[in-house]
Write a protein that binds this ligand. Structure first.
Ligand code: DHB
Length: 389
């Protein structure tokens, strides 16, 4: 039903399109759907500031076209809102690209619109594996939980860990992390001795963490989305004295990400994580990114979501440049498939078949550098793909 309404609206929009649309000189609009308010507002801030940082560094005109961001607030995990806003972006704002998406449910909700409207859609964070399979018009410039979890399980086993308890947020990316850890670890001969799933909204971590302690694993592996949930988990980990009980903390980088690391404080020291980006990554591309980001948001430490937004805009600019300003959905996908970018995190590539990202996954430890906490990279797995793809 919805599909039909969108189809009719698209036909109407095409019939009444302003003569300037599609003609030389019109603005290229990038509709960004992100969590700009509520508990997950930091996701939207990071993503949009990352996108703005790219524009600050590279100017706002490509192939003679001005690039404009049209930012809309999904308000949190709200698939109905995301879908409605995506329809408006396509029909009313006539955007050339859809982008953004901190949270998986919002990205999944927009897949059918991307397909029907043939809009190149760039997922700048949401990290459940299946998202890119839901529409041939979706690409991802962030990561997948499976992609960063497989190396964590391998690293843990390589370093003598054999019994692990897993704790994940109870939705798509958490389920992917849980399944990937178990599968990889079991194949190597390790054992997952317990699994806990915590709710995405307002979780109470203490009872879960106590259960972990009672099971006496050698380590706990954790994925919760960046931000407040990470703070909540770390608080319970400290209060229940898991470290003192000899239970190591292994996590995806979401838990110790740069935006939240100051709030975690010294409790986070020594936590091992795997992820694709750290502020401490040493490269000229990262230096340039950090300088541009500081101009856009001087008070905020950028995290991996900011880099997803920044690289997403790099992808947009490359499409506009290669198509000489004449952006068409199918031609844009032709440019995006196989695209290589020198990202602040290291080299990345959009796989031509899956439209998902291939990138280095770094092993990091939270350490103090110059009096500040950082995820210091000390090892890496090169050119990692989503293990299911
Ligand atoms: C999602 C994934 C993350 O890694 C994260 O930190 C937050 C949200 C997601 O896909 O919803």
């Amino acid at each position: 039903m919805r599909k039909t309404i969108l189809g009719a609206a698209l036909a109407l929009a095409a019939a009444f399109a302003s003569p300037a649309a599609g003609a030389a000189g019109h603005t290229i609009k990038v509709g960004i759907l992100a969590e700009m308010s509520g508990t997950f507002a930091d996701f939207g801030q990071q993503i949009t500031n990352g996108a703005k940082a790219y524009m600050k560094q590279h100017g706002d005109t490509v192939a003679g076209r001005k690039i404009e961001l049209v930012i809309r607030d999904t308000t949190g995990p709200a698939p109905d809102v995301a879908k409605r806003l995506a329809q408006e972006l396509v029909v009313k704002d006539e955007v050339d690209f859809i982008a953004g998406f901190g949270l998986t449910p919002n990205a999944l909700a927009v897949a059918s619109i991307a397909t029907e409207a043939k809009k190149p859609t760039i997922v700048m964070n949401a990290a459940t594996s299946v998202i890119t399979a839901r529409s041939p018009y979706i690409v991802r410039t962030s990561f997948t939980l499976a992609q960063v979890t497989e190396p964590m399980a391998q690293w843990a086993h390589r370093n003598g860990v054999r019994k692990v308890y897993t704790v994940v947020a109870d939705y798509g990316p958490g389920h992917d992390a849980e399944a990937t850890f178990k599968k990889t670890f079991a194949k190597l001969g390790g054992e997952v001795v317990g699994e806990a799933r915590v709710p995405l909204k307002n979780p109470e971590f203490s009872p879960f963490v106590q259960k972990v302690k009672d099971a006496r694993p050698e380590a706990v592996f954790v994925f919760v989305p960046a931000g407040e949930l990470a703070v909540g988990f770390m608080k319970a980990y400290r209060e229940r004295e898991l470290a003192k009980a000899g239970i190591r903390l292994l996590s995806t980088g979401d838990v110790t990400e740069d935006g939240v690391i100051d709030a975690l404080g010294d409790n986070a020291l020594g936590v091992i994580s795997t992820h694709q980006y750290s502020m401490a990554h040493d490269s000229p591309e990262n230096k340039a990114f950090l300088a541009a980001y500081a101009q856009v948001a001087p008070q905020q430490r950028p995290n991996f979501m900011a880099v997803g937004g920044y690289d997403g805009m790099a992808a947009v600019y490359e499409v506009v440049r290669r198509l000489d300003g004449n952006v068409d959905g199918d031609k844009a996908m032709g440019v995006l498939k196989g695209l290589k970018i020198a990202s602040p995190r290291g080299p990345i590539q959009i796989d031509a078949d899956t439209r998902d990202i291939v990138q280095n996954v770094y092993v990091r430890e939270v350490r103090k550098v110059g009096g500040k906490l950082y995820n210091v990279e000390f090892d890496h797995f090169p050119a990692v793909r989503d293990p299911g793809k």
